[in-house]
Design a protein around this ligand. Structure first.
Ligand SMILES: *Cc1c(COP(=O)(O)O)cnc(C)c1O
Length: 379
């Protein structure tokens, strides 16, 4: 409990102030996972070497990889007919992989635009295939998700793409979208980078789910893709080999060297989530953290969040101050209190608190306490 918040910049810093990192990514990882990494870093299980130095073909790493796949499958209840790929690179790679693997140049892929990430994905797909924008919330600055009845699919699209949680706008699909009749039973493709493993997912509703690691489960440089088996082998003949889902699946994600260290950390995070009580528990935590912050913002005139309530993200909470001239003061004072990386994205302005699986509840409690003090001083 903080009795007196230091609102003004102070030269003195208490060494023991915990740092809560609200970065949208790379983001906080669970403390216990980081501690385990430190313990094992120089000498993994008595082998006298680090995971960072170990062959991806070694029995030790093969064991880590297999266990991580079992844990992930268990966490999300991934059906047998899905391949779990551990890819080099970012979620952005998969924005190219989706059209390259799931359609020919003449096919059409449908995109629902609810923010910057789905917009980027549609732009990339537009270079590789025909794209139909089935719906967009650009006209309202991505503060909502367009009504399902207003989505307009093309005829027999190769897939329909959406971003489950738009990290910048702070807009999240409450659940897998039930498609309007116009879309038929097309393959769903979803970018779950910023809310992966934060709630249960009905995997069998999707053809492809992907997530970059650096928000919810490991350092940047690893991306996980869950691909339904029957979609392997549809790739364009000129697909570069490291973009070919089937090739990567056939080689157990080891056609070339996978990001072994990140994969190892991912495995530790999966084990940690299981220990915590699974993705149901992550969901409860996320609802509690974000719920507290939204309730506070809604009750305080000094702060506001523009997103329609049913679509507010549990992971990323953007908010603005009543007086934007105070933004710098807010950020500096927050940092002095151990609350860092709160600056909003330039396209939205103001602030954004990103709270992924690794963010303890004490972080949001401290943030709210700080915001209360700041408003009472400056409002
Ligand atoms: C961060 C983010 C990305 C980009 O991930 P990279 O690993 O940088 O390619 C894509 N989609 C969403 C939803 C994100 O939050």
């Amino acid at each position: 409990m903080i009795t007196e918040m230091k609102i003004l910049r102070m030269a003195l810093k208490v060494a023991t102030t915990p740092i809560y990192n609200f970065s949208p990514g790379p983001a906080m990882l669970p403390r216990e996972v980081m501690q385990k990494v430190r313990e094992e870093f120089l000498d993994w299980h008595g082998l006298g070497m680090s995971i960072a130095e170990m062959s991806h073909r070694s029995p030790a790493f093969t064991g880590i990889a297999e266990q991580s796949v079992r844990d992930l499958s268990e966490l999300l209840g991934i059906p047998e007919n899905y391949r779990i790929l551990f890819l080099q690179g970012g979620a952005t790679h998969v924005m190219s992989m989706a059209p390259l693997n799931l359609c020919r140049e003449t096919d059409c892929a449908d995109y629902v635009i609810t923010g910057n990430w789905s917009k980027r994905a549609a732009g990339e797909a537009g270079r590789l295939t025909n794209v139909n924008i089935a719906a967009s919330s650009a006209d309202v600055n991505h503060t909502t998700i367009p009504d399902r009845e207003d989505w307009r699919c093309s005829e027999k699209p190769a897939y329909l793409y959406f971003c489950d949680n738009e990290t910048i706008a702070g807009v999240e699909f409450p659940s897998a979208p039930v498609l309007p009749d116009s879309c038929g039973d097309t393959v769903l493709v979803s970018d779950m980078t910023s809310n992966f493993l934060s709630r249960p997912v009905q995997v069998d509703r999707y053809g492809l789910i992907f997530a970059g690691a650096q928000k919810n489960f490991a350092p940047a440089g690893l991306t996980i893709a869950l691909v339904r088996e029957d979609l392997l082998g549809r790739a364009r003949p000129d697909v570069p080999f490291l973009y070919d889902f089937r090739l990567l699946a056939e080689h157990g994600s080891m056609f070339n060297t996978p990001p072994v260290f990140n994969w190892y950390v991912a495995g530790l995070t999966f084990a940690w989530i299981r220990q915590q009580g699974g993705v149901e528990r992550m969901h409860e935590n996320a609802l509690r953290r974000s719920g507290k912050l939204y309730d506070f913002i809604d009750a305080n005139d000094f702060y506001s969040n523009p997103v329609e309530k049913p679509y507010r993200s549990r992971m990323n909470v953007p908010f603005v101050l009543a007086d934007a001239d105070l933004d710098r003061t807010f950020l500096d004072a927050a940092a002095d209190n151990g609350l860092v990386e709160l600056k909003g994205h330039r396209s939205v302005g103001g602030m954004r608190a990103s709270m992924y699986n690794g963010m303890p509840e004490a972080g949001v409690d401290t943030l709210i306490e700080f915001m209360e003090h700041f408003a009472s001083r400056y409002a």
